[in-house]
Design a binder for this molecule. Structure first.
Ligand SMILES: Cc1cc2nc3c(=O)[nH]c(=O)nc-3n(C[C@H](O)[C@H](O)[C@H](O)COP(=O)(O)OP(=O)(O)OC[C@H]3O[C@@H](n4cnc5c(N)ncnc54)[C@H](O)[C@@H]3O)c2cc1C
Ligand code: FES
Length: 271
């Protein structure tokens, strides 16, 4: 883990509410693994006080840079979306456990919802490296076509790619999870997913029924980001007993089978 003052080198609007940001930081670019995140301090002052977490979407170790995809939802993300290249940000990272690359043979299915696509782009790129090669099929869903941010980047690192929108304005019409049963019927060694909690709960349930290993990346609200404040805990099931784990330190990647999805739906997690 590094704590560095980094420079924003590139900012590009890639959707109605989405910006792709590139930061110069050789240490993070050289050490981040798929599924890990960075914790970004937004200003030099205390407003906003808390850092904001973002998944690493791409690394370029040769150039010493990494990218994140940011959806504007509030003040912090708005500040990032409006920042000019050359601005400096204090960033801690890479943080979190990252995805375990699949052990058993078999094709990999990715399920992305909205900006949940970011860590899956990094993962798919890793699964197309010769050492880790896996055949990758991706499902990417959003409400409208404009929200399928960075779909091209994902499609370029997958063997099969299906876009799904709720209004049918791009790709297939429906919910992204409507298209998972067909993928599981074809056989899958492992499923990785990132997106809204309701989507993840449905992916987890389908994988449980199909006995397919499933790993999810959770994007809960965070405080410290390093395991101290307990602001990011989620309910899990360990040996049958209810048990809380920290998304920042124990995750953000979890085996979907250990999460108590019913309690998550009831809002027992913070997000
Ligand atoms: C490990 C991790 C990785 C993440 N990766 C990305 C990413 O790659 N791209 C991206 O755009 N976002 C990502 N997020 C979510 C991102 O951190 C939040 O959207 C951001 O912190 C919001 O900051 P804000 O100041 O703009 O919004 P705030 O002013 O803090 O909140 C605005 C509104 O958004 C809601 N909100 C804030 N944070 C979250 C959240 N985590 N989940 C659901 N609702 C929230 C608040 O309740 C409020 O209603 C990630 C979160 C985590 C924990
Ligand atoms: S954000 Fe503080 S413990 Fe996870």
């Amino acid at each position: 883990m590094y704590a560095r003052t980094t420079r924003l080198t590139h900012r590009e609007q890639v959707g109605p509410d989405c910006h792709l940001l590139e930061f110069d930081c050789p240490e993070i670019a050289g050490s981040a693994r798929p599924g890990q995140f960075v914790h970004v301090r937004l200003t030099g002052g205390f407003d906003p006080l808390l850092r904001r977490p973002f998944s690493v979407m791409n690394i370029n170790p040769a150039q010493g840079s990494f990218q994140v995809l940011v959806r504007t939802v509030g003040r912090g993300t708005m500040l990032l979306a409006q920042s000019e290249p050359g601005s400096e940000f204090h960033i801690i990272g890479p943080l979190g456990n990252g995805f375990a690359l699949p052990g058993p043979p078999g094709e990999v299915v990715l399920v992305a919802g909205g900006v949940g696509v970011a860590p899956l782009i990094f993962l798919a790129a890793a699964l197309h490296q010769p050492d880790n090669y896996r055949y990758v099929r991706a499902l990417f869903g959003a409400a409208i076509g404009g929200d399928l941010c960075s779909w091209l980047e994902l499609s370029l690192v997958c063997d099969e790619f299906t876009a799904v929108t709720e209004d049918g304005s791009a790709g297939e019409q429906g919910m992204v999870t409507d298209f998972l049963p067909a993928q599981l019927d074809r056989g899958a060694g492992c499923v990785y997913a990132c997106g809204p909690t309701a989507m993840l709960a449905e992916v987890a349930e389908q994988c449980r029924r199909g006995s397919v290993p499933c790993f999810v990346s959770l994007e809960q609200w965070m405080g410290c980001g390093v395991g101290v404040c307990l602001g990011c805990v989620i309910p899990t099931r360990a040996a049958g007993a209810e048990h809380y784990q920290r998304v920042c330190k124990d995750g953000p990647i979890f085996d979907a089978a250990v999460i108590d999805w019913e309690a998550m739906r009831r809002g027992c997690g913070p997000g």
